[in-house]
Design a protein around this ligand. Structure first.
Ligand code: MG
Length: 370
C-alpha cells in the first residue's frame, strides 16, 4: 500500500465565546485548523486534523502545519501509511522538530492502518478499555462565586470533571477561588487547578502552600520544567505537567526526577498519536496518571484524544476534553464521538470510524500527488 495523494484543507473554527488563558493574558476567538486527506493506491482514504490553540499558546503555528506538510509531502508520497512507525521516522528525518506539523499525518495514517486491519484507533494503540472517558470542562477565571456558577452549569450537563483556570499576580484571590470552589465540590467531582504557566515561582509557592491542606492538583504552575522541578522541592501538592511536555525525552526527565504526578498529553503538541502513545506508556510505567487532549479542534481531534484515553487503563486515565463543545462550526455533523452526559466514548469501528463532511471544508489549499 502506498500514499498516492495528500489533500490539505484550511478551516477556521470560531469559538462560541472568546477564551482567555489563565491570568487573562492571551485571548482566543478562532482556531486555525488543518485537515488532511490521504488517499492510497488501494483506494482507502484516511483523515487527520491538526488544530493548535491559536498561534500564541505554545510553539505550534496553524499555517506552519500546511507549510510543513508541503516539505514532508516529498517523502510521504509513495510511503506505506500502514506503517506509522516508519512514517514517523521519515517525517522526523525530513523535518526535525515541528511535532505539531506531523500529528495530522500520523492520525490519517493510523486511520488507514485501522481500516486495513479492521481495528479501531484504541485497538491500534494497544486495546480498548471499555469504559467511557470523563470529559473535563474548562472553567474561565473570574470571581470565586462566578466560577462556582460556571461549574454548576456544566454539572447540569452531566460533567463530573473541571479544569479550573487560576493564576496571575493576585495570589490572595487565587487562594480564595480555590477554597471557595473546594467548599462547593461534590464528592465524586474531579477538579484540576490549571495555571497555564501564569505564576512566578514565588506566586506558585505561596498559593500551593497556602492550600496544601486541601490536597488539590495544580497544572503547569510556572513557565518551564525547571520551575516545576524547583517547586516540587518546596511544595507538597500534586503537580500536572502540560505545556512543557513535548517529547518522550521530556516525559523521561519528568518521570525520572519525580517532577510531577500527572501528565497532560496534548496530541498535536507532541506530534501525533504514535508519539503520544509512547509518552503515555512511559508515564504509566512510572505510576503517573494522565489527562489527554487533542490541543484544540473539531470532533475529529476529540476522537483522536478519546482513542488514546480509552486505550489507557482506567486507573491511569483522569480525563479528556471535548473542544467540539466550544465551537460554532461542526465539520462532521452527526458523526464521531460526542460528549454525552460528561462522557466521551469512541465507537468500535475500524480506524477513526468517520470522515468529515467535505463540503464543510471547501476546496483543498494544496494537493500533492505521485
Ligand atoms: Mg492545561
Amino acid at each position: 500500500m502506498k500514499i498516492k495523494r495528500i489533500s490539505v484543507y484550511h478551516k477556521d473554527l470560531p469559538l462560541s465565546e472568546p477564551y482567555w488563558l489563565s491570568g487573562g493574558r492571551l485571548k482566543f476567538e478562532v482556531l486555525d485548523a488543518t485537515f488532511v486527506r490521504i488517499d492510497t493506491d488501494n483506494d482507502i482514504t484516511g483523515w487527520g486534523e491538526g488544530t493548535p490553540w491559536g498561534h500564541t499558546y505554545v510553539p505550534a503555528h496553524g499555517p506552519g502545519i500546511r507549510a510543513g506538510i508541503e516539505t514532508l509531502s516529498e517523502v510521504l508520497i509513495g510511503a506505506d501509511p500502514g506503517q506509522p512507525g516508519r512514517i514517523e521516522y521519515l517525517m522526523d528525518k525530513t523535518l526535525p522538530g515541528h511535532p505539531y506539523v506531523k500529528s495530522p499525518i500520523d492520525m490519517a495514517c493510523l486511520d488507514i492502518a485501522g481500516q486495513v486491519t479492521g481495528q479501531s484507533l484504541p485497538d491500534l494503540l494497544g486495546g480498548c478499555f471499555g469504559t467511557p472517558t470523563r470529559v473535563m470542562s474548562s472553567i474561565s477565571s473570574g470571581a470565586p462565586e462566578y466560577m462556582v456558577g460556571l461549574i454548576k452549569k456544566y454539572r447540569e450537563r452531566g460533567y463530573r470533571g473541571h479544569s479550573v483556570k487560576v493564576g496571575g499576580s493576585n495570589t490572595d484571590l487565587d487562594i480564595q477561588r480555590i477554597r471557595h470552589i473546594e467548599e462547593h465540590r461534590l464528592e465524586d467531582e474531579r477538579i484540576l487547578y490549571d495555571v497555564n504557566r501564569a505564576w512566578t515561582r514565588r506566586e506558585a509557592a505561596m498559593v500551593m502552600n497556602a492550600t496544601a491542606d486541601l490536597g488539590v492538583t495544580f497544572e503547569q504552575p510556572c513557565e518551564t520544567t525547571d520551575d516545576i522541578k524547583a517547586l516540587r522541592r518546596i511544595t507538597s501538592a500534586p503537580i500536572s505537567v502540560d505545556e512543557t511536555l513535548v517529547s518522550v525525552n521530556d516525559m523521561a526527565a519528568i518521570a525520572h526526577e519525580g517532577m510531577a504526578e500527572v501528565a497532560n498529553i496534548k496530541i498535536n503538541r507532541v506530534g501525533g498519536l504514535t508519539k503520544a502513545r509512547r509518552i503515555r506508556d512511559l508515564a504509566i510505567a512510572h505510576g503517573i496518571q494522565i489527562y489527554v487532549m487533542a490541543t484544540g479542534g473539531s470532533a475529529m481531534a476529540d476522537a483522536e484524544a478519546a482513542a488514546l484515553a480509552q486505550s489507557t487503563p482506567e486507573e491511569f486515565r483522569l480525563g479528556c476534553w471535548a473542544c467540539q463543545d466550544m465551537l460554532t462550526v461542526d465539520i462532521a455533523p452527526g458523526r464521531g464521538p460526542r460528549s454525552e452526559n460528561g462522557d466521551l466514548f469512541v465507537p468500535d469501528q475500524p480506524g477513526l470510524g468517520f470522515a468529515p463532511d467535505e463540503s464543510m471544508l471547501g476546496e483543498p489549499v494544496a494537493v500533492f500527488v505521485e
